[in-house]
Ligand binder design. Structure first.
Ligand SMILES: Cc1ncc(COP(=O)(O)O)c(C=O)c1O
Length: 392
């Protein structure tokens, strides 16, 4: 193979059947779904069919599915919309999140704090575990929202979301789940889908980019953050992307349908990659291997090298990987996820490589990565040694 694309957690290529169907909708349904004429009604029908299909896959009422403009917007609407609602009720919003959230959730919580609110952070252990006493303590405070990532985007760790959703339900605290990395990789657990708010994004499933949903069980939990027409129940005004919504429905059906076999296939490839790298790179650490993990992400740490060096060097070798979340590429500081799991010093002492697999991943790509990564690491280590010697 010419290129080993191992960055599916950042973006997974569009599935051919999704592409075909998106193009067909673009060609055949040019109307605005809010228009009363036939072209508008046709667009509306496609949009509502997509909503129904997504509701069916998730086992949720279709009217709880809101189309939004990407996973980031969905996370932001859940958190900032909740904060706005609480403020409209004359209170100061208190928002709890885990220590290992995606920047979309972290940033939205920080934004809500700047607008007048309070954040509470739940610690997470490297095995993905949440301390029940810490959770109970936070729930006792009666926060206005708990936001929790389901499958961590950097390590693949699966967090105990069903337990948290249940505990929140018992305490009467609304809960938001960022499930962006989960569908197609792990089973769609009804204990998670029972959350009050749920974020999923199409482009992680082989669907179009910048199309996502927020599931809203009870619209009175949120106030809108955008203002305009009354689309999506008034919570997300703006003309809907009909082709995108249709593409997301097709992608979610495909991903959910192939999940059991695909998880097995990707898990085997991931294990082969990890075992091979362990044998070939001295001191290699697999982050998050202490606990349950989704099969598509392997995050390894190479001691003694600077962060961001390896992805750049590997790019020249035809291996596409990232150092962590794509949203942090270019940043040289330590990953907040790895710092939360292992402490800042330990996280800083290892160069992280996130290798993520998906529906297009083939054995030859794993072989190429297994061959090139150790060579690049050895070269970087030799160069580092030479520099140290020069300094002496
Ligand atoms: C866990 C998680 N949440 C949210 C997002 C943001 O989604 P999007 O890229 O659709 O804005 C991502 C994607 O990087 C993610 O992995």
């Amino acid at each position: 193979v010419e290129l080993a694309y191992l960055d599916h957690a950042a973006a997974t290529p569009m599935r051919p059947e999704v592409r075909r169907e998106v193009l067909a909708v673009l060609d055949r349904a040019p109307g605005n779904p809010s228009s009363v004429h036939r072209a508008g009604r046709m667009a509306r029908e496609i949009l509502e069919a997509a909503r129904r299909r997504i509701g069916e896959v998730l086992g949720l009422p279709h009217e709880t599915v809101y189309f939004v403009r990407g996973g980031t917007e969905s996370d932001n609407l859940a958190i900032l919309g909740r904060a706005a609602r609480v403020r409209a009720e004359g209170k100061t919003p208190v928002l709890a999140r885990s220590a290992v959230e995606h920047s979309a959730v972290r940033g939205a919580v920080d934004g809500a704090v700047r607008e007048g609110g309070r954040a509470v952070v739940l610690p997470v252990s490297p095995d993905g575990g949440l301390d029940p006493a810490a959770l109970a303590g936070i729930l006792d405070e009666g926060p206005d929202l708990v936001s929790l990532i389901w499958v961590n985007h950097e390590t693949g760790s699966i967090l105990p979301v069903p337990r948290v959703v249940e505990a929140c339900r018992e305490s009467g605290v609304p809960v938001h789940v960022d499930g962006v990395q989960a569908p197609g990789r792990i089973p769609l657990d009804p204990g998670v889908l029972a959350a009050d708010l749920l974020t999923l994004s199409a482009h992680k499933l082989g669907g179009p980019r910048s199309t996502a949903i927020l599931v809203v069980r009870d619209p009175t939990l949120l106030s809108p953050r955008l203002f305009g027409g009354g689309q999506e129940g008034g919570n997300r005004p703006g003309t809907e992307d009909v082709a995108g919504a249709h593409g997301m429905a097709v992608a979610l059906e495909a991903a959910a349908g192939e999940q059991p076999e695909e998880a097995r296939r990707l898990g085997e490839l991931r294990d082969r990659l990890e075992n091979g790298l362990r044998g070939r790179i001295e001191g290699l650490v697999v982050h998050g291997a202490e606990g349950p993990r989704a099969p598509h992400i392997s995050n390894v740490g190479v001691p003694g090298l600077p962060r961001d060096l390896l992805p750049r060097a590997l790019d020249l070798e035809g291996v596409a990987v990232s150092a962590g979340s794509a949203c942090r590429s270019g940043a040289t500081d330590v990953s907040p996820v790895l710092a939360a799991y292992y402490g800042e010093d330990a996280a800083r002492a290892r160069a992280p490589l996130r290798l993520s697999l998906g529906w297009t991943t083939r054995e030859e790509e794993i072989e190429r990565a297994l061959e090139r990564i150790p060579v690049v690491v050895a070269r970087a280590r030799e160069a580092g040694l030479a520099l140290e010697e020069v300094g002496r």
